[in-house]
Write a protein that binds this ligand. Structure first.
Ligand code: CTP
Length: 403
């Protein structure tokens, strides 16, 4: 799966002959799983039609500040377009547009969008060889790079003028792989391996019955997804759950009971840098599992339970370089209990959920957490979606690892 999958890509097209190649570029972005919108300068329409681009991108194309709707002029909102984008790619970028970008000129919608965009901006210059080498063009490159914009250098080859040299826009395939590798190399967890536990465990009573709990596994799966989006290789050890995930960086290891989870966790722990134990592991299990289905012949049934192994505590005892994170679900004396757990289990971070907070806990799509780190620094967060909570947890870990 491409790192561009699910990304919002805004493609800015300016008036160079290489504009005809943007039809392929749009197709490649769509094939990579991205959503694409196109903004073009008015002059770029001489080189490729908006109809071609709107058909390929499956979105309207904008090239002016307004458009007509029922005989009324409607404003094309460049600010919204800039905020929609996860990435803005200007290709081909002419010397004229690059110079205007460098100087804050905003005389068309593409330039206004550029000035409003908060996302990473890439530009792929395309021009004749002498224009490419002109000190004023080189100045534009330098200024734009100083703004943090990323240049996709032009290639050498035959140019529209018939001259041969540097100035040809990079080929669409090369633009896509340039952007993909640029994103990959900047991912904050690239090169890290993470172990995550999720979901409930089922402790068998007999061949058909078990002791379980209401954990949905959502929190752990969200952490796994965000960690993989941040570039980590993830081992997701999950108890029985309906959650699904498809990501090339996530390996799901399904388990059923606490002892299976214990074994799987210990198999992977040695090779990971971070372990986040969000599973709701059963604390007790039946001492003996009946080999046949238990019949209801007696008036009452007594089950003898014994403790399961505490997986998190066992990791706290053996951890070396690993950053270890535990969860605590508390009903009273929350902060004190969580701090105590952090110390007892030798953790680097504990994620506290209070059952007293509405919207927090097992089955909901939201969670409200407090993070407590080794230095007893306490950070409380608002009620958020579990995906945003996953981001907060991972950002805290990344911050600590780079401190
Ligand atoms: N945990 C675990 N193995 C267990 C039980 C719990 O790895 N057998 C982990 C959970 O995944 C979670 C953390 O321990 O990260 C907190 O679990 P909890 O049951 O709240 O903590 P306990 O230390 O068992 O405390 P309590 O006395 O509240 O039961």
């Amino acid at each position: 799966m491409s790192v561009l999958s699910g990304k919002h890509i805004l493609l800015g097209i300016t008036a160079g002959i290489a504009a005809y190649k943007t039809a392929s570029l749009v197709r490649l972005f769509i094939k990579a799983g991205a959503q694409v919108k196109v903004v073009m300068t008015p002059a770029a329409k001489d080189f490729i039609t908006p109809l071609t681009l709107s058909t390929l991108s499956k979105n309207p194309v904008v090239s002016s500040f307004t458009h007509e709707e029922d005989d009324n002029a409607v404003w094309n909102n460049h600010v919204e377009l800039g905020l929609w984008a996860d990435l803005f790619i200007i290709a081909p970028a002419t010397a004229n547009t690059l110079s205007k970008m460098a100087h804050g000129t905003s005389d068309n919608i593409l330039l206004a969008t550029y000035l409003s965009a908060k996302c990473p901006v890439y530009f792929a210059p395309a021009m004749d060889l002498d224009m490419y080498k002109h000190p004023s063009t080189l100045d534009s490159f330098k200024t734009l790079k100083s703004f943090g914009n990323i240049m996709i250098p032009a290639a050498s080859g035959e140019l529209a003028s018939g001259l041969v040299g540097e100035g040809r826009m990079a080929e669409p395939e090369d633009i896509v792989s340039f952007i993909e590798s640029d994103i990959l190399k900047k991912l904050p967890l690239r090169g890290n391996k993470i172990l995550i536990t999720a979901g409930p465990t089922y402790e068998a009573i007999d061949p058909v019955r078990f002791i379980g709990n209401h954990s949905s596994g959502k929190m752990g799966f969200e952490i796994a997804k965000v960690a993989a989006d941040f570039g980590a290789e993830v081992f997701l050890i999950s108890g029985p759950t309906h959650q699904k995930v498809h990501h090339s960086l996530i390996t799901v290891i399904p388990v059923t009971s606490a002892s299976e989870m214990y074994q799987a966790v210990h198999e992977y722990f040695e090779e990971v840098d971070i372990a986040i134990l969000s599973a709701a592991v059963a604390d007790f299990k039946p001492k003996d599992i009946a080999s046949q289905k238990i019949k209801k012949t007696d008036a009452a049934l007594t089950l003898e339970l014994e403790k399961t192994q505490d997986i998190l505590a066992s990791l706290g005892k053996i951890k070396k370089h690993q950053y270890l994170v535990g969860f605590a679900l508390e009903t009273n004396n929350e902060l004190e209990n969580a701090k105590d757990k952090l110390e007892r289990k030798n953790l680097d971070l504990i994620v506290l959920n209070s059952l007293n907070d509405p919207g927090a806990g097992f089955k909901s799509d939201t969670n409200k957490i407090t993070l407590i780190d080794k230095a007893k620094l306490i950070q409380s967060f608002e009620l958020k979606s579990k995906s945003e909570v996953a981001r907060d947890i991972l950002n805290k870990i990344i911050g600590d690892l780079h401190a």
